[in-house]
Design a protein around this ligand. Structure first.
Ligand SMILES: Nc1ncnc2c1ncn2[C@@H]1O[C@H](COP(=O)(O)OP(=O)(O)OP(=O)(O)O)[C@@H](O)[C@H]1O
Ligand SMILES: [Mg+2]
Length: 402
């Protein structure tokens, strides 16, 4: 009888462990995943509720994730988060699964007793189990420890993602500053010189015309040659101005993605004489799209528009920005000459991310976990598609300071 009972609880424990193990991998520390992990743990334990609390945050955000816990439970846990975390002990204790380690019973002010355990790798956080009527005896320490371990990994990934976000933003922003400086240098240096040279040439032509009207004989090839030089210099000046327009840094902080992109469209229309239809579907709130994503969409749009004009000789370009549950898509379709997109995108290694061009667009999208595709064929126009996954500020995900 004792054996039977023993094997029954072993089986239950195994099932509970499996349930927690099968809960989603805490990829990128997303808050949704933490909630799912809490749900799996609560179900596996048959607990009334499960929560992850932090003592490092103010009460309104002290409950990082929870399942089964009602509003009153959450409020009680938030109020007593510090006491709970202190009672849970040091993270190292969580690995000890014997009767003395792992789970601690903590009485709440409302008279209930909860079980808690520290979260490995994350100071000032604890995993809390609200037992149901059956009491505290039956809770599987191993399952709770496993869930705490996974919650710790998810929070740690969230912190790493926040670091990565910050580093990426710094790199892209310093890229932007550098591009802006190059644009200014080109504007103040070679562009000015070219303008002066064009002016000199015009004066020279006028002088020569004068001389000719006074009967001075000029070599017949002289005037056509001057005309060709004039055109070449004029072409170079136009290209320089386009380049400067491309390098001009946009204001990315505190501006909505739609405003930033519609500036890019307006600038492009003015420079190229092409027509662009720009449609945006969605809210694109400033705090829902990271600066890194805004810079990325802006640069990719600029490059796609430039390519449509320079290579495709497109007359009309349609740009669509669409927000969905999973993220944001940008689609740029031109009615130009098209090209062999597969050939142009064949793998190539060692290209830096700051580079323009199709590979640059793809690299920029991929470092942000997004997708990029170009579809085109000679004579059929070109469609550039970029998708970046939904972004949430990392501290809204983990709730923990870096
Ligand atoms: N919209 C388009 N229409 C027609 N051809 C295109 C289009 N986009 C790209 N291409 C073709 O693909 C090639 C590669 O484009 P990509 O943007 O990578 O380089 P690039 O524009 O030539 O140079 P960079 O962008 O580095 O200044 C182009 O040279 C062009 O032949
Ligand atoms: Mg290009």
């Amino acid at each position: 009888m004792g054996d039977l009972h023993h094997s029954g609880s072993r089986e239950r424990e195994t099932r509970a462990l499996e349930e927690v193990l099968l809960s989603p991998v805490p990829l990128l520390g997303s808050g949704v995943v933490l909630d799912e992990l809490m749900g799996a743990l609560g179900h596996a334990l048959g607990a009334a509720g499960v929560a992850l609390v932090s003592a490092a945050l103010p009460p309104e955000s002290a409950v990082l994730a929870a399942a089964g816990a009602g509003g009153d439970d959450r409020a009680a846990l938030a109020r007593e988060a510090r006491a709970i975390v202190a009672a849970a002990g040091a993270p190292g204790d969580a690995r000890r699964l014997g009767p003395a380690g792992g789970l601690r019973a903590v009485p709440l002010a409302d008279g209930r007793t909860v079980l808690c355990t520290p979260v490995p790798g994350v100071r000032e956080a604890a995993l809390v189990v609200l037992p149901d009527g059956a009491g505290l005896e039956d809770v599987s320490r191993l399952t709770v420890a496993l869930a705490a371990e996974r919650a710790g990994a998810a929070l740690e990934l969230g912190r790493l993602r926040a670091d990565l976000d910050r580093a990426m933003a710094q790199i892209l922003e310093s890229d932007e500053r550098m591009l802006g400086r190059i644009g200014l240098d080109i504007h103040d240096g070679p562009t000015q010189h070219l303008s002066v040279a064009l002016l000199e040439l015009q004066l020279l032509e006028a002088d020569l015309d004068d001389a000719r009207s006074r009967g001075v004989e000029l070599p017949p090839a002289l005037m056509p040659a001057l005309e060709r030089i004039y055109e070449t210099l004029g072409g170079a000046l136009t290209e320089m101005r386009e380049l400067i327009g491309h390098l001009r840094p946009a204001q990315f902080e505190d501006r909505r993605l739609t405003d930033i992109l519609s500036d890019a469209v307006t600038g492009f229309e003015a420079r190229s004489g092409s027509r662009v239809e720009f449609d945006a579907h969605g809210e694109f709130p400033v705090n829902g799209v990271s600066v890194t994503q805004r810079i990325t969409f802006y640069r990719i749009l600029q490059e796609a528009l430039n390519n449509a004009h320079r290579h495709g000789r497109a007359r009309v370009v349609r740009v669509a920005l669409t927000e969905s549950e999973g993220g944001i898509s940008l689609d740029v379709r031109d009615d130009g000459v098209g090209f062999d997109a597969e050939g142009a995108l064949r793998p190539r290694t060692g290209a830096p991310i700051a580079r323009f061009g199709l590979h640059g667009m793809r690299d920029r999208a991929s470092v942000l976990g997004g997708a990029f595709a170009v579809t085109s064929a000679p004579g059929e126009g070109t469609h550039v598609h970029v998708f970046l996954p939904r972004w949430r500020p990392a501290d809204a995900v983990t709730g923990l300071p870096a």
